[in-house]
Design a protein around this ligand. Sequence first.
Ligand code: NI
Length: 389
Amino acid sequence: MLSEETIRALEPDMVEWRRHFHRHPELSFEEFRTSEMIAGLLESWGLEVRRGVAGTGVIGTLRGARPGKTVALRADIDALPIQDQKTCDYASRTPGVMHACGHDGHTAQLLAVARYYSLRREETAGTRVFLFQPAEETLPGGAAAMIREGALDGVAAVFGCHLWTPFPYGVVATRPGPVMASPDEFEIEITGRGGHAGMPHLSSDALLAGAHLVTVIQSIVSRNVNPLDAAVVTVGRIAAGTANNVIAETCRIGGTVRTFTEEARDVIRRRLEETAAHVCALHGARHEFRFMEGYPPVVNDPKETARFFRVASALDGGWKVTECDRIMAGEDFSYYLRERPGCYFFVGAGRPDGSSAPHHHPLFDIEEKAMFAAARLLIAVADDAAEAS
Ligand code: NI
């Protein structure tokens, strides 16, 4: 049974830790002070601690006094290269770096869960493994390396959650099967022939080829991907030109592809390559095409997801437990779910009126009560899974 009293007593610490991490964010694979603080706290509570996993990751292990399975719980600990524009006292003090995705909250809530178990060791069945993973935000991510270094050894099931501001506080959601997309990236570098803007016939305009390419790319999802298969192609970046009166010699385009199936992923990759080749040929420009495969899609195990729904609905959190749509963001939690059954779920951390800034925005912030909800859910589902026969 979840001890409401024990977890409730940890809420002020959770908020304090979260604000500390928020003030002192660190980029992917550079989470040195963050992981030092995590490891220090876990050690002070008597957990077995492994430092330096996947570079800056930390794994804490707690063996309960009663028999049961080993369940892993994961938090990502990295921040983003974004300038915090908030003015609150816990705004980032590191220029150009910010916890703009809530990973500070993930870290704080998993610390509270670890502290909870250290206080409830006698009542705990089985073992809990706490995965504090670096670098969720940057390919190749920290999850695959954590697994290579033994993060899932002996683990029967794995759970994780994202504090999610598109959902208001009070909503708890996930779905069985595919829940988050595979995020690939592409870059196209176009080289034409620069020259005098007044004499375009003597040049090959890389900027025009790039502009044309950006619009033609938009037909890939609408005309080439099976309409029953969800997919996104976004061009997020274009750079060309040096002066108003110069024809651009080069144009660089960068973007991302989001899919749930290998079929859609292959079609998009092939059509991006073909479209780039043909459009550049049309404009008499050369090009280079690069495609960087991202994380696999996050696919929830149906049985563990059913467990999560049952446990979350039985807990009195005053929340609404729902099955959500698939989400086109990516997550390297997918790697854990390829190795072990488990479930990744979302805890609403947005304002009730929907006015919260989106993830990865300079004004991003979370409703901190959501961490308390997430901690309770993680404990309840881990206990249920550890005690399952
Ligand atoms: Ni995130």
